[in-house]
Design a protein around this ligand. Sequence first.
Ligand code: IDP
Length: 140
Amino acid sequence: MATERTLSIIKPDATRRNLTGKINTVFEDSGLRIVAQKRIQLSDAQAGAFYAVHKERPFYASLVSSMTAAPVVVQVLEGENAVLRHREVMGATDPKKADAGTVRALYAESIEANSVHGSDSLENAKTEIAFFFAETEILP
Ligand code: IDP
């Protein structure tokens, strides 16, 4: 198995409800290591660029506005098969469909305000990590 890195975002609905520590506990208990982390306020331009792949989707404007509504915590998680592992512990996009014990089943408010983002492939993880972090900010 390969050690990987993935990009995680604790979204505004979760930072607002003071859930950063509880969500980090789920990640750490699953074997993922937080090797970089910062709390930032996304601008419209940043959130729009980050979610550019969804530009044509009907929920794009609402998604961008929800991602800028309060600070987010951006993180690099490292571990064995980190991309897939993280997706598993996040749970399905729609919290109604998320497995019990996953972050979204535990904490998400709705399909949009679903508490966390995680890269969906190793290739996207590299791009998304570089979007927020310099290599010197990642400390395994
Ligand atoms: P993911 O975050 O589970 O990878 P994506 O399909 O990549 O899911 O969608 C990105 C984000 O867009 C979701 O996490 C969620 O916040 C939002 N989103 C996805 N589908 C919908 C929808 O049908 N309505 C509203 N927001 C959505």
